[in-house]
Design a protein around this ligand. Structure first.
Ligand SMILES: [Zn+2]
Ligand SMILES: [Zn+2]
Length: 804
């Protein structure tokens, strides 16, 4: 009662104290891993009292607890949310440790595909880990860090999110975009009370054999946390890389050598297999005697996962699907155990892990590296501290896992198929998303610094307002991003006429118990994700000022839209007042026409046709929940009138001109228009239900057929006798029964419907159907809605009782 909504911005008055936190909102970004390194991605975001962890990976080049991000630097029990970008070890393998071995209590989200693949990967890694292992097996994570039971418990806690699905948790909204990096990889956008942060995870803007490129969000984030794995490097064109890849492999097998492709079991492996499969098929007999092996215990399960998610892949895969599943390879043989390998001649083997730290790829490497006919093709990004990285420098000798020194005579070739962006794509992405601050992660220190400098120098050529700040924090180094604090008023509560303030009547008992006095006028404020009630006196004493916002929106309308506007508004809203209409403005030669409307007492509309016959619609309203929604709806209608038939149902006369009638004529012109829409809707629906043969339009006179007795409500009898001529009459025939439906005017733009039939079932059915149609086509009445009751959130009550 007596509560009016008003949305106002609270602005900061002059700073009362120098270190008053209330004056600004500070977002803290703290890398716990992947700060000036690649591996163990993990970033803590704190903002407005909430904590979000982005990824929790393990470092592939480190072992055991050493591979973990610096979780002990923070209080993990305060984390509200964990968002995981993709299934790679360096982003996700630390999750079971976090959930099962620490005090983490938050919620966890990842895409469905990420969760499926992660389960397969991690359970495989646990199985492969030596019993009682104390070190991390880099085939995929830390296996002494958790066991199968931990993994199962962890999986139970993980919630899934679809691309573009908006989820709200802990007062924070977030959603994700396709990142194009591996199956299911996502970029997360976080919206904390209007302040937005985008985390790219690993992403690729290049379409490959099976994945779509990353989406570029159209929402601009305030903060962008971005990978810069490849620093300032430029990727060669894809066809160049593919040609180099297949020609290298072909050259090696032709000279009788073996090719080792160390790969991560899932992701790039499937991409390379698709390339090899295609090449082997194209070369026919020439290569057919050279076997291609995919040495992964995961092979079968991996392919099953990939086959499950083919609908998430690109058009290339979708097209091939019509013929056969592209992941059912003809050339490639799965190799479950190494002793199944026919090692007698040239062959190509894809084996994990990709970094050659241990496992099958390492065994094969040690077996083959001293033969100069053989080759290792490194197709992914090599992480610091791994043998793959060391090989890139072409060392003469390497140390085997058992300590032997082996000569390295085999060829080492790097062809990057790593699905990360290069510098140019990253810079394009920054330009397109236009963030205020860029935080670089997931890149080696030197690459990252080169990237930062290059980006800063490029950004200097951009307009000043588009230039972001750029930082590249190390692990443990906080980045603070400051925002002017703002707050939003949910509603205003005023004193009523009698001077005694009534507040929250439905909970009077609670109120008197806790407060034992009435409540002063004030506003309910959302600030720092908290809802607080400020009385006017408290507001005066605070650093906040209340400002009301008058909104103006100017739209250019097509001629058809301008013509149809009034009738479109009338069809939609119950209360549309025509305040003035002039078809020629003598005192202003610049204007041809002017139409002034008010929609539901909230939104005033001015339609002007200028001397060039251009139509302008200017909407004015005071920002408030109801008015904002109304203004949106009016703008939508204005832009769609005369263009798209509204919802397909009102298609008959959306474009019907109503040509600005003067006020005294408007009723006559507007009514038939509204009628015909409803009539057409009724006819169309009935024909859809019963078929065009069975619905017949009758002349508009009461049929005095004594066989059919009109079924009329007792109370309506009197009104019915005064009814003028019916507006529409229809006969419906259905299963040997028939009915007559009659539509009467019931105070425009409302209708009453009568259904007469001997068949009760048919009559009820028609009555229900027509009532629904008429309800749906009645204009919306929102006049006076702002006085409807509002339930205060519990926080508000608490705040009031504490403050008093
Ligand atoms: Zn990745
Ligand atoms: Zn990564």
């Amino acid at each position: 009662k007596n509560i009016a909504y008003s949305v106002v911005m609270l602005q900061q008055q002059k700073r009362a104290h120098k270190n008053d936190d209330a004056l600004e909102d500070v977002m803290t970004i703290l890398p716990l891993g992947a700060g000036q390194e690649v591996g163990r991605s993990c970033h803590l975001i704190t903002f407005r009292g909430r904590s979000i962890l982005l990824d929790c990976g393990l470092h592939p080049g480190r072992q055991g607890v050493d591979a973990l991000p610096f979780l002990d630097a923070i209080d993990v029990s305060t984390i509200d949310l964990l968002l995981v970008s993709h299934f790679h070890i360096d982003h996700a393998a630390g999750v079971p440790y976090l959930t099962e071995k620490t005090g983490f209590k938050g919620r966890i989200f990842m895409t469905h595909a990420t969760k499926s693949v992660l389960r397969v990967l991690l359970s495989d890694s646990i199985r492969l880990a030596p019993r009682g292992a104390t070190s991390a097996d880099t085939t995929g994570g830390g296996f002494a860090l958790y066991d199968e039971a931990d993994l199962a418990a962890c999986m139970d806690r993980i919630e899934v999110i679809d691309f573009h699905q908006v989820v709200e948790a802990a007062g924070i909204k977030f959603w994700c975009y396709n990142a194009g990096h591996v199956l299911g990889a996502a970029m997360f956008m976080i919206d904390a009370g209007g302040t937005k942060l985008l985390y790219t995870g690993d992403y690729s803007l290049e379409e490959d054999r099976h994945l779509m490129p990353a989406e570029v969000p159209r929402v601009s984030p305030d903060v962008l946390i971005m990978e810069c794995t490849y620093g300032t490097q430029k990727h060669e064109a894809r066809d160049v890389r593919e040609a180099l890849f297949v020609s290298t492999i072909e050259r090696v097998v032709q000279r009788g050598g073996r090719v080792l492709l160390p790969v991560f079991a899932l992701g790039r492996a499937q991409e390379l297999l698709l390339i090899l499969e295609e090449h082997w098929r194209d070369r026919g007999l020439e290569l057919s005697r050279v076997p291609v092996y995919y040495a992964s215990k995961l092979a079968t399960r991996a392919l099953r996962v990939y086959q499950t998610y083919v609908n998430m892949m690109n058009a290339h895969v979708q097209r091939q699907l019509d013929v056969a599943n592209p992941f059912q390879f003809n050339t490639v043989q799965n190799l479950a155990r190494l002793d199944e390998l026919d090692d007698s001649g040239p062959c190509v083997v894809l084996a994990s892990p990709g970094m050659l730290q241990s496992g099958v790829s390492r065994q094969l490497f040690e077996r083959w590296c001293s033969d100069n006919r053989n080759a290792v093709v490194l197709a992914g990004y090599a992480v610091e501290g791994t043998l793959a990285k060391q090989l890139a420098t072409e060392p003469e000798e390497i140390t085997a896992l058992d300590g032997r020194i082996l000569k390295r005579n085999c060829t080492v070739v790097s062809v990057s198929f790593s699905a990360h962006t290069d510098y140019k794509q990253n810079a394009t992405f920054v330009r397109a998303t236009s963030p205020g601050a860029v935080i670089l992660v997931h890149g080696e220190k030197h690459e990252m610094n080169r990237f930062k400098n290059q980006l800063l120098s490029d950004a200097n050529k951009w307009p000043p307002e588009d230039r972001p700040t750029v930082s590249s924090p190390e692990n443990g180094q906080k980045v603070l991003v400051r925002f002017p604090a703002d707050a939003k008023v949910l509603l205003r509560h005023g004193a009523d006429e009698k001077g005694d303030q009534t507040f929250f009547d439905s909970n009077k008992r609670q109120r008197t118990a806790s407060l034992n006095k009435t409540i002063d006028p004030g506003v309910l404020v959302v600030k720092e994700l908290q809802t607080t009630f400020y009385t006017d006196a408290q507001l005066d004493a605070s650093t906040l000022t209340v400002v009301e916002i008058d909104q103006t929106l100017r739209l250019r309308l097509s001629a058809a839209a301008a013509e149809g506007l009034l009738s479109a508004l009338r069809r939609t809203f119950y209360d549309v007042k025509l305040e003035s209409a002039e078809s020629s403005l003598r005192n202003d030669p610049k204007l041809q026409r002017l139409l002034k409307l008010n929609v539901c007492g909230h939104v005033s509309c001015l339609l002007i046709t200028d001397e060039h016959a251009q139509n302008h619609l200017i909407l004015n309203w005071r920002a408030a929940p109801v008015s904002d929604v109304l203004a949106d709806a009016v703008a939508y209608l204005a832009l769609h009138t005369g263009k798209v038939p509204t919802a397909g149902l009102l298609s008959t006369d959306c474009c019907a001109p109503s040509s600005y009638p003067p006020p005294e004529q408007e009723e006559q012109q507007q009514l038939p228009d509204t009628y015909s829409i409803v009539f057409n809707l009724v006819k169309k629906t009935l024909i859809d239900h019963f078929g065009s043969d069975l619905v017949e339009v009758l002349p508009n006179e009461i049929d005095h057929n004594p066989d059919i007795k009109p079924m009329i409500d007792e109370n309506e009898e009197e009104a019915h006798q005064n009814d003028p001529v019916p507006l529409l009459r229809l006969r419906i025939i259905h299963d040997e029964a028939s009915a007559i439906c009659t539509l009467f005017d019931h105070g425009a733009p409302r209708f009453r419907v009568d259904v007469a039939s001997d068949d009760d079932a048919l009559r009820h059915r028609l009555q229900r159907l027509l009532t629904h149609i008429l309800a749906a086509s009645t204009p919306i009445d929102v006049t006076g809605r702002e006085t409807s009751t509002f339930t205060f959130p519990p926080d508000a009550i608490k705040a009031v009782s504490q403050d008093n």
